[in-house]
Design a protein around this ligand. Structure first.
Ligand code: PEP
Ligand code: NA
Ligand code: MN
Length: 616
């Protein structure tokens, strides 16, 4: 079925071709930009990536030959490789991530702002000669299927073969994208340099990078410049930089949403399909929910995406969604047979691992893959490791990069737009937040999203003062002022038809009892919560009122065969008015950091919440 969503025409774009000297000139514009970047960065050669299998084979062969990739034992892990990063280059660098809008207020209090022309000049300084001794790769990429109704194309210039190979897994790359550019489709410019030029005769290292790093975004010209890091979120620019930070700005200007959300399909025993997008801060089980194995007979969950969802109102008044990516860049530690068997099965081969441990038999290992670690490993730094080493063998942020097509639960037709039935917001909260709450309407749901918070550690349990706010799980990924983003969400909601508007829920799998143990079993049993959501979507069960929103009426959350004591169930939904009023004050303080840009509708939601909490 083709979705009633259309790509914005050039006329709808806020950045007209006139503002962008490269766009609207077809391949000539692209060639002019490549030539300009090459003149600045002075690579030894330029390689235009075609995205072919032969090219992938040759790049991989070279990386193995030069030692930047280690081939795993093909008997256990065919066509799979291990990269070990520099010890200083293991994660996204939020302190060096910049949003360079012309107006500082446009970036908002949650982003690092830099004046665009000043940062551009600074970047030109560090980029000068930065690709010396290396190859400049031209990687045309598409987010969403090439030519798809919600797709966006771009080009990454990079001197990192690891980035080229990873982008080949995470996005659709190659010649098909060039055809789009030739046809005049608008595209996003991204430039990436490791910042590690090689002098004549200088030997390379396995993971070149620079201690000085910049992850710079220019939202007004839809442009990214990244310098000094080879790591995922800093270097695979289509992902966090374009698909979230730049796309959130394009979405604001064009009337759609770019979100840090997983995307799943739920099929009920009656055979009805529902599509759900869900936002969670890091380490709250996003990948596990995306790959959930239902504990409930007849209920099935299939995967469409694990990290990013784009959604756009259709002519039918519904909200249509895609996962713009083509692969998963997931955290390895904690991924095992017991926690996420689907992910383990996805990684059978054709996978690039980064910073995991190496087994003596040439396979990989990480904490949580098996209960008992192997007796000997080579750790992520390349050093000998035994279980008594007193340090993890895999880096806590070690990753796998794998094609979505290998996921055994990948939904049929996963790369076509689906109409959303529900949006879920979650966090990790030991206290206060109920297992599931349904928003009374869209604005109430936007309030849920805007006030997501998570507890960092067990030490913070029960202390409302130690919450970390991560609105919409977009804190590090929103390319403009977060308060304007909330206003944009409210605006998008007004374009949806009443019947077509997704229901919005808040969940918390992590509530603990007085003895400190989890009240809810989580994992596959979360299907029971999804089941209640579906029954609400179908309007087949009523809901009960709580001061926080709608909750399951007694008996409606199916706990048949589940070992949850009745008082634990009551505790999962208990509302402590005093702590909620204290939390409401924290929400007001948080809102105040955005000043007058906070939408009045969210201030009204906060006032209404306080009013309900004060009712006896
Ligand atoms: C990343 O760091 O590149 C990344 C995907 O981040 P996260 O897992 O925090 O979303
Ligand atoms: Na990260
Ligand atoms: Mn993410």
């Amino acid at each position: 079925a083709s979705a009633p969503v259309a790509r914005a025409t050039r006329a709808e774009r806020v950045t007209p071709a006139a503002d962008n000297p490269y766009e609207g000139r077809g391949l000539a514009g692209l060639r002019a930009w490549v030539a300009e970047v090459a003149a600045l960065t002075t690579p030894d050669s330029i390689h235009w990536c075609t995205g072919s299998t032969a090219e992938n084979y040759e790049l991989t062969r070279q990386a193995v030959a030069d030692g930047s990739l280690l081939q795993l034992n093909p008997e256990w892990r065919p066509n799979s490789y291990l990269a070990r990063s520099a010890a200083s280059d293991v994660a996204r660098v939020e302190a060096r991530t910049f949003i360079c809008s012309a107006d500082e207020a446009e970036a908002g209090p949650t982003n690092n702002w830099r004046e665009p022309s000043a940062l551009r000049a600074e970047l030109e300084g560090v980029l000068a000669g930065s690709m010396r001794g290396r190859t400049l790769y031209v990687v045309p990429f598409s987010l969403g299927p090439v030519g798809g109704p919600l797709s966006l194309i771009g080009v990454q210039l990079t001197d990192s073969p690891y980035a080229v190979l990873s982008m080949g897994i995470m996005t659709r790359t190659g010649d098909r994208v060039l055809d789009q550019i030739a046809a005049g489709t608008p595209w996003v410019r991204t430039l990436h340099s490791l910042g590690a030029p090689l002098e004549e005769g200088q030997a390379d290292v396995a993971w070149p990078c620079n201690d000085d790093k910049y992850i710079a975004h220019f939202p007004d010209t839809r442009e990214v410049i990244s310098y000094g890091s080879g790591y995922g979120g800093n270097a695979l620019l289509a992902k966090k930089c374009v698909a979230l930070r730049i796309a959130s700005v394009i979405g604001r200007d064009e009337g759609w949403l770019a979100e840090h959300m997983l995307l799943i399909r739920i099929t009920s025993p009656e055979g009805n399909r529902y599509h759900v997008a869900a936002a969670f801060p890091s380490a709250c089980g996003k990948t596990n929910l995306a790959m959930l194995r239902s504990s409930r007979p007849g209920w099935r969950v299939e995967t469409l995406g694990d990290d990013i969802t784009w959604m756009k109102p259709g002519a039918d008044g519904r909200l249509w969604a895609i996962n713009p990516e083509a692969g998963f860049f997931g955290v390895a530690p904690g991924t095992g047979e017991a926690t996420n068997r689907t992910a383990v099965e996805t990684l059978w081969g054709n996978t690039i691992f980064t910073n995991v441990a190496l087994r003596d038999d040439g396979d990989v290992w990480w904490e949580g893959l098996t209960e008992t670690p192997p007796a000997h490993l080579v750790d992520w730094r390349g050093e000998h490791w035994t279980p008594d080493a007193g340090r993890p063998a895999a880096h806590p942020n070690s990753r796998f990069t794998v094609s979505a097509s290998q996921c055994p639960t990948l939904a049929e037709g996963w790369d076509e737009p689906v109409a959303l039935d529900a949006i879920v917001f979650g966090g990790r909260r030991a206290t206060n937040v109920p297992l599931v709450t349904e928003a009374s309407d869209w604005a109430n749901g936007v309030f849920f999203g805007a006030t997501i918070s998570s507890e960092k550690t067990a030490a913070a349990e029960g202390t409302v003062g130690e919450l970390r706010r991560d609105p919409f799980a977009m804190l590090p990924f929103c390319g403009y002022n977060m308060a304007d983003y909330w206003a944009h969400w409210l605006r998008v909601g007004r374009t949806l038809s009443p019947a077509g508007t997704p229901k919005i829920f808040q969940v918390n799998w992590f509530r603990k009892g007085e003895d400190g143990s989890f009240l809810w079993p989580g994992f596959g049993e979360n299907m029971r919560v999804l089941e209640w959501m579906v029954r609400r979507i179908e309007r087949s069960v009523p809901a009960a009122q709580s001061p926080l929103g709608l909750v399951p009426a007694p008996g409606d959350l199916n706990v048949d065969g589940l070992d949850v004591a009745p008082d634990a169930l009551a505790e999962l939904f208990a509302v402590d008015r005093e702590s909620w009023l204290a939390e409401a004050q924290l929400t007001e303080d948080f809102f105040d950091t955005f000043g007058t840009r906070v939408p009045a509708a969210l201030r009204a939601e906060l006032a209404a919440l306080r009013y309900r909490l004060r009712q006896a």
